[in-house]
Design a protein around this ligand. Structure first.
Ligand SMILES: [Zn+2]
Length: 219
């Protein structure tokens, strides 16, 4: 079970690595955005409207991935007509996807906490008051957050698992052919120790048909 879940993790990691490389290259040709948007407005007594919204923006452009969220909960004066209630009364959200010319992504200056280093970035805000900064909009609480990372960094993280696994496959393949698992030196005519790198070859050599990683690395 443990081995099985490790294999799944490495396979998933490989898929994510390949996806990161594809998006990395693609982001210089086309900017892309996926938006998950949820807006709900309902009438509450007396004479006020409750607004609740949650948005997630995922953007890829000029070699970077940027994920940001905005959540707002607030009250506004007035009452909504039946037409407006029909549009905004439902809490169901929607997914939107769009393309635009590649552009630089950043951590917005309006955020209270901002960190930018190399091409990474983080920002967040937690505010009370006018949600959109306009007096006719709702008054309440808003929470905003942004994370920004270069695609190459994501690709590098996802490459760790598959590279580790590939090195084990290489060791297995070398042992199978009677070569030193450590350095690839031909061991078919030699004894218990690799003359090239000094690694102990072990008992199973050279007919070792063990599974990946269950090697003969004696030390
Ligand atoms: Zn060796």
């Amino acid at each position: 079970m443990w081995r099985w879940s490790k294999n799944v993790a490495v396979g998933l990691s490989l898929v994510l690595f390949l996806a990161a490389v594809v998006f990395w290259v693609r982001s210089y040709w086309v900017g892309e955005e996926v938006v998950r948007s949820q807006l709900r407005m309902i009438n509450v007594a007396p004479n006020s409207v409750r607004t609740s919204e949650h948005h997630t923006f995922i953007r890829s452009s000029r070699g970077r991935l940027r994920i940001s969220t905005f959540s707002g909960e607030g009250l506004q004066r007035g009452q909504l007509g039946s037409q407006m209630l029909k549009i905004y009364g439902d809490a169901g959200g929607q997914w939107l996807w769009g393309q635009y010319p590649p552009d630089w992504l950043d951590v917005p200056l309006k955020l209270d906490r901002r960190v930018q280093a190399w091409r990474f970035g983080y920002g967040s805000s937690h505010r009370q008051g006018m949600i959109y900064g306009t007096p006719d909009g709702p008054i309440g609480i808003s929470i905003e957050g942004v994370v920004l990372a270069p695609w190459w960094a994501l690709a590098a993280v996802f490459a760790i698992g598959p590279m580790w696994r590939a090195s084990r496959i290489r060791r297995w393949w070398r042992r199978r052919r009677g070569l030193c698992a450590n350095c690839g030196y031909d061991l078919r005519a030699t004894g218990a120790t690799c003359p090239e790198c000094g690694m102990a070859v072990g008992i199973a050599h050279p007919q070792d048909r063990g599974r990946f990683g269950e090697g003969t690395m004696a030390s």
